[in-house]
Design a protein around this ligand. Structure first.
Ligand SMILES: [Zn+2]
Length: 260
């Protein structure tokens, strides 16, 4: 059979059409593959792509590409639990028992008149390796009109704690978080505020307090609590058990505020 120029042209057009169709098929196949491909994270852990998260419960949660509890420097995350307004005759020792069982050290910001009333609890706090801070003598809020009185409350509380434990606190938590930086040098004391507040004084539900802390907790967080409430003590121990599982280490505030 002889082919003329018009036949060759038709064959060429047919081949062109077939190649275009083949190209479309390959693109469609690639598109389908994209919708099911997996994503490799910096840790080398492979997670299912978006839309395929029924496996979520079986995958360790990843934050910034690293398992929760491990910082980007490869070190364990740290957190400081702090307890204000004690010592409390009903609950502080229960908290101390739970902390000893878990080998966890925390920071207590004591009210001077409570320390004066329960020196045996203050002594135990110090002997068990917790850090003691100053929270004024009568929980006085610093205002413009009571500066001298406020400073006296800090000094008086420092002396009470020193008489019981043999050392004067170098950290204080100003009641209600109200402070004036010019007192730091005059008093030789470092104010410590907080960055996680579970508002443990306004709920009677232990799990609510624990959940608020767990949802806001992060590396180097200082957590504000009060050991004058049973729910706070129970929540603190729950939180310790959970955060330990997440790889957190518990430290006193000096470890977070002062570089070694
Ligand atoms: Zn307080």
């Amino acid at each position: 059979m002889r082919l003329d120029k018009s036949d060759i042209g038709k064959i060429f057009l047919c081949l062109l059409a077939i190649s275009v169709m083949l190209g479309l098929c390959v693109q469609l196949a690639n598109g389908k593959a994209d919708s099911t491909q997996t994503e490799t994270l910096p840790t080398g852990r492979i997670l299912p792509a978006e839309g395929d998260w029924e496996m979520e419960d079986h995958v360790i949660q990843v934050e910034n590409g690293l398992p929760s509890g491990i910082s980007d420097t490869g070190e364990s995350k740290m957190v400081a639990l702090t307890f204000d307004d004690g010592p409390n005759v009903l609950y502080t020792e229960r908290l101390l028992d739970g902390l000893a069982e878990r080998d966890v050290k925390v920071t207590f910001f004591l009210i001077g008149k409570n320390a004066e009333a329960h020196p045996e609890i203050v002594r135990r706090i110090a002997e068990e390796g917790h850090l003691i801070g100053n929270h004024t003598y009568s929980h006085l809020k610093l205002t413009a009109g009571n500066e001298a009185e406020f400073l006296e409350e800090i000094n008086r509380t420092g002396e009470i704690i020193s008489d019981i434990t043999g050392s004067t606190p170098v950290f204080c938590r100003p009641p209600f978080g109200v402070w004036n930086t010019r007192y730091e040098e005059r008093l030789g004391i470092i104010p410590v505020l907080w960055d996680v507040d579970p508002r443990d004084w306004c709920t009677f539900d232990t799990q609510t307090v624990a959940n608020r802390i767990l949802s806001d907790c992060h590396d180097s967080a200082i957590i504000l609590m009060h050991d004058e409430y049973e729910t706070s003590v129970e929540a603190a121990l729950l939180v310790i058990d959970e955060l330990k599982q997440q790889g957190y280490t518990f430290v006193t505030v000096d470890k977070l505020l002062i570089d070694p």
